[in-house]
Unconditional design. Structure first.
Length: 279
């Protein structure tokens, strides 16, 4: 008898819990949940893996800073505040938390999603096209979960902001960059990653910002909408030989994202000047 995979639509929204346990970033409880049936025009019909705080809804987690457990020190999170509602101050992330992440959180607490046993992850990922981190950073989840899930996937995408965080081991960096792009907010950061042999996904404010060795994401308007992430397959980390990817800030928070990039660039310039004794 053929076993039914939770990654196949059987009527209503379908999916599965891939991981339920402590965050690798701060030990707080998180879940990684895969869903199918995406209507995202850029990514196409990939399996979407949402990494969310287990016991705090995504909006509250972001506003209060509890989203560190899933996003780490990503500068696009914004700054925690004491407001009774809304997002963190200056949030620049393109993910609209009130939509898919909040819906997945509510569905999880209604018990909709079955849990995948770790021993079955490879089978569930077999032949699938997987977006590892539709929201949340893959490095919040133990590396062996991804290793099993993606081992026989047809294709996948992944991005992480955690490579330069204190306490991140060389082994962990190498493990995750096999399937994750190194997220870079400035050209200086990207060059540091290139020097280590890591491929990057850099957020930019204009197509004119790209440099040699980079291309504009071909699934974006600035890249000509030539393909989808599902069909492209370039954002598979350093496990493949390909050029680095850049994308222009987008989403409802793109002004905040542009401000973050400018601030990060300025800060990097000051740090470099101090290191050279100019300041």
């Amino acid at each position: 008898m053929k076993t039914k995979t939770p990654f196949k639509r059987t009527g209503a929204i379908n999916g599965a819990v891939l991981y339920d346990g402590p965050s690798e970033l701060d030990g707080a409880p998180i879940v990684a949940i895969a869903t199918v049936g995406s209507s995202n025009r850029k990514t196409g019909g990939m399996v979407q893996v949402w990494i969310i705080a287990r016991d705090i809804d995504p909006i509250t987690a972001n506003r209060t800073g509890a989203d560190f457990s899933i996003c780490g020190n990503c500068p696009l999170r914004g700054r925690a505040n004491n407001n009774p509602k809304g997002y963190a101050t200056g949030r620049g992330c393109y993910v609209n938390l009130i939509q898919a992440p909040n819906s997945v959180f509510k569905s999880y607490h209604r018990g909709i999603y079955p849990t995948v046993n770790e021993a079955e992850l490879k089978r569930y990922g077999r032949g699938q096209k997987i977006r590892a981190g539709a929201y949340g950073d893959p490095m919040a989840v133990p590396s062996h979960i991804w290793a099993e899930l993606l081992a026989e996937a047809e294709t996948f995408t992944g991005y992480t902001h955690q490579l330069n965080e204190a306490g991140t081991s060389k082994d962990s960096r190498r493990e995750f960059t096999r399937f994750c792009m190194a997220s870079a907010d400035t050209l200086a950061q990207a060059r540091e990653f290139w020097a280590e042999g890591f491929r990057t996904f850099r957020t930019i404010t204009s197509p004119a910002d790209i440099v040699a060795g980079e291309i504009i994401c071909p699934a974006t308007p600035e890249g000509g909408l030539k393909t989808t992430c599902e069909a492209c397959g370039l954002c598979k980390g350093s496990g493949i030989k390909a050029r680095n990817i850049a994308a222009v800030v987008h989403g409802s928070q793109k002004k905040n994202a542009a401000s973050v990039i400018q601030a990060q660039t300025m800060l990097g310039g000051l740090s470099d000047a101090m290191a050279r004794g100019v300041l």
